[in-house]
Ligand binder design. Structure first.
Ligand SMILES: *[C@@H]1O[C@H](CO)[C@@H](O)[C@H](O)[C@H]1NC(C)=O
Ligand SMILES: *[C@@H]1O[C@H](CO)[C@@H](O)[C@H](O)[C@H]1NC(C)=O
Length: 454
């Protein structure tokens, strides 16, 4: 009887159970398919045919414009690097060297069948304060840059885009002198409609983003504190042009929105609405991390709790709290080659395993065996680590004798961090995870593994 049941249920259960342990770990290093920390800062998301495209700033070289990057995912956890939509031009101009291109956002125009990209365009001293527009024939292909301008003649810094249910689209724009605006776009989304804003708040709010839930609009933004985070706020109304509520916080007061700044709000179905924020590292922008958390939105009220990790369940059902996890301390690992215990003040027990990696003579490794999972399937294992360098370190991770996976570990200063390893575990207590170096380089100091039981 049990057998019959499980085979009957098998087909329906597959999609949700396959995702059950894939987690978002806010603030951690998220390694994309190219073996590097996800590099899509100030990003937006567009869903096309069940695939999410994350489009954001490449900060590898610092603040100056290098690329607008595109990554894809079907589960919001594993991200494939697809390429750049726009890249720095050899010639001087909006896209030349030393320019600022921030907060790229893409929406699809059903009439022209073009993907339309808007972005903040500026000089290195932020004196231009313009928006730029480009179009693409495919979501992650090369875009054609059209022009930059000041919307309705006003300064425009942080910006967002919003496409309403009826296909009407709006620019959300921070005008430093006058406040934050909602401006209607023309049918082709390439310019503004009319000569006045749909709405203007005379408050100083940047990082604008908007979502519509059950016929009600929710506009999010932050106060102006440079790269440092603050308690972000929202306002809500059933009309874009009037009736907006006074600003209110949605994260725990004085948490500075769990040390992040709004970049996008994603409704990904099944009642799931996700806050997407940047945790900027102003001295090392490429290592800025992502704080994505589930929002609770009901009857005009928004709230958000902090979580060390959680399960988005994209395409499968409602989001879920983190599963129960087993912690494997570095002292449970078997060290080989040059790997040895090092002191690490913020690590558990004040120790970690160091000298992982190195040349082929020392070839330090740490092997964790006897790792338990109660399910076959994809899981997010959190590798807790320290990296005191100013650059990322890398490890080659082998799970159950499979192909090595390259994992990145962004700088942690004197603290520790988490790097997400998304891998397939077998049911039982026989899983093995080996962490070694990449191409002779040193890996991170490994503190512990946190492995979902289910
Ligand atoms: C979406 O999927 C359909 C059916 O597979 C395909 O015809 C269409 O081209 C896809 N659209 C995009 C934008 O990829
Ligand atoms: C390999 O690395 C070790 C430790 O850094 C060093 O002492 C040794 O000289 C290196 N060997 C070679 C062949 O480079």
């Amino acid at each position: 009887m049990r057998r019959v049941l499980s085979s009957l249920l098998g087909a329906v259960m597959l999609s949700s159970s396959a995702l059950a342990s894939l987690q978002i770990v806010p603030g951690g290093t998220w390694t994309a398919s190219n073996g590097e920390h996800l590099n899509a800062h100030g990003a937006g998301v567009i869903a096309v045919n069940g695939t999410y495209y994350l489009i954001g700033e490449d900060k590898t070289g610092g603040s100056a414009f290098a690329n607008v990057n595109c990554f894809s995912s079907t589960n919001l956890v594993q991200w494939r690097y697809e390429g750049a939509l726009l890249s720095r031009a050899a010639a001087a101009g909006d896209l030349g060297s030393g320019r600022i291109i921030e907060r790229p956002k893409v929406i699809y125009n059903d009439k022209t069948r073009k993907y339309v990209l808007w972005m903040h365009v500026d000089s290195s001293s932020y004196g231009d304060a313009k928006v730029g527009v480009a179009t693409g024939d495919s979501v992650c292909g090369k875009y054609n840059y059209i022009r930059s301008f000041r919307p309705l003649g006003f300064e425009s810094r942080d910006m967002g885009l919003f496409k309403d249910d009826d296909g009407t689209a709006y620019l959300l724009t921070e005008d430093r002198k006058n406040g934050v605006r909602i401006d209607k776009l023309k049918d082709d989304y390439l310019d503004l409609e009319g000569t006045t804003s749909t709405y203007l708040w005379k408050d100083h709010i940047e990082a604008p983003a908007m979502v519509k839930v059950k016929g009600r609009y929710y506009f999010f933004g932050s106060k102006l504190t440079g790269w440092d985070p603050n308690d972000n706020v929202y306002s809500t109304s059933t009309s874009l042009s009037s009736g907006w509520s006074s600003w209110a916080t949605f994260a725990d007061a004085k948490s500075n929105t769990y040390s992040s700044q709004t970049n996008y709000i994603l409704d990904y179905g099944n009642g799931n609405v996700m806050y997407m924020g940047d945790r900027w590292q102003s001295k090392n922008l490429q290592s800025s991390s992502y704080v994505w958390l589930p929002l609770t939105i009901a009857d005009g009220k928004v709230s958000m709790k902090n979580r060390a990790s959680w399960v988005p369940n994209a395409g499968a059902g409602p989001w879920a709290a983190a599963p129960e996890q087993t912690t494997y301390d570095d002292t449970k690992g078997k060290y080989s080659g040059g790997a040895k215990e090092v002191s690490c003040s913020k690590c558990s027990g004040g120790k970690a395993v160091g000298y992982v990696g190195g040349n082929s003579t020392v070839d330090g490794k740490v092997t964790f065996s006897g790792i338990r999972s109660d399910k076959d399937g994809l899981s997010t294992v959190q590798v807790r680590f320290a990296n005191g360098d100013s650059k990322p370190r890398y490890a080659a991770v082998v799970v159950n004798g499979g192909a090595p996976v390259k994992l990145a570990f962004e700088p942690t200063g004197s603290d520790t961090g988490s790097s997400s390893l998304n891998v397939r575990l077998k049911s039982g207590s026989e899983n093995t995870i080996v962490i070694g170096g990449v191409d002779g380089g040193w890996g991170p100091d490994v503190d512990q593994l946190m492995v979902p039981v289910q």
